[in-house]
Design a protein around this ligand. Sequence first.
Ligand SMILES: NC(=O)c1ccc[n+]([C@@H]2O[C@H](COP(=O)([O-])OP(=O)(O)OC[C@H]3O[C@@H](n4cnc5c(N)ncnc54)[C@H](OP(=O)(O)O)[C@@H]3O)[C@@H](O)[C@H]2O)c1
Length: 346
Amino acid sequence: MDITTKPRFNPSDCTMQAAVRTEYGPPEVLRIAELPRPTPKDNEVLVKIYATTVTSADCRLRSLNVPAGFGLIVRLAMGIWRPRQTVLGSEFAGAVEAIGSKVTGFKVGDRVFGMSGASMGANAQYKCADENGPLAHIPPNLSYEEAAALPFGGTTALNFFRRGGLKAGDRLLVNGASGAVGVAAVQLARDLGADVTAVCSGRNAELVRELGACRVVDYTRQDFTRLGQTYDVILDTVGTAPFVRSKPVLRKGGRLLLVLATLAQMLAAPRESLLGNRKIVAGPASERAEDVRSLAKLAQEGRLRPVIDRRYSLEQIAEAHRYVETGRKRGSVVLTVQHEPYATLS
Ligand SMILES: NC(=O)c1ccc[n+]([C@@H]2O[C@H](COP(=O)([O-])OP(=O)(O)OC[C@H]3O[C@@H](n4cnc5c(N)ncnc54)[C@H](OP(=O)(O)O)[C@@H]3O)[C@@H](O)[C@H]2O)c1
């Protein structure tokens, strides 16, 4: 295979540090280990990772604390007794270190960010990424840490809005507006021209207002179903707005977007949608290359901003998991893998 590299770089000779786990369990199963550095295939780039994240999904895949009904499915997909993918992490930002022989869209040194899909593996110093996959150039106004905080929440929100047909003028309620998916959803919906009501706790009210929410409902004091308001679209990222609760405040023709759904809710969604006059969307969001590029463009134009709650080093990954697992994070939790070679622009 013909690999274009910096002088004297030989990927097969090199190792890298990564956060690995070889069993399911609490954050303590994670440890730093030395692994072989991956070698890019013809259509891949090798990314030297500067920043990655710990997401709610990483915690679920580590602990197997998944929504009701998905336990066996996740074990079948990820490994029955122990995980097949030892390195977690789905978001990364870094610099292209080497490219495969057929890569045309990226060159060595490019600043890129993206998602690693089902292969995970982003909580490491290096990761190979398909140039045609969910990978994009980092806008010049974003640091590596900021770029790493964009795609998980952003692609999920874009995917559910697309499936739910969100459009300008729609009245949207985002339940769980301060998490990774929520902060992206509020901004993307507002940018689209929707009228956004955000449900979060009082401590996050100012944040979601800054991001574009027109109204805020503090779930610790108020029940959004009892405020006399109705919505065209409800996006639930928390699992506390199932159809039975949301239906009375969902207008006819309205759409309920269950980012977090049990297996039973997911299976019931097509039947409810077919028989009733409201649509339910559930199931995993796909990671699309064009969505990552859209997020980059929106961020470059100042229409989408990453929200970073805390930063940890790669070595502190267990601590980061402990925090994410509380379910209280605001936006994203970033792992700084290596420090930027030049000053952060933000
Ligand atoms: N279907 C898919 O493809 C897909 C994709 C991505 C994520 N997900 C799932 O979607 C869920 C959300 O992901 P995420 O990454 O956004 O989670 P996250 O970042 O961990 O969400 C944490 C946020 O939720 C808020 N929150 C907690 N309880 C709440 C409640 N009862 N009402 C309103 N807000 C509440 C917290 O605010 P306070 O501390 O103020 O309460 C915190 O800011 C996860 O369960 C994840 O597994 C699914």
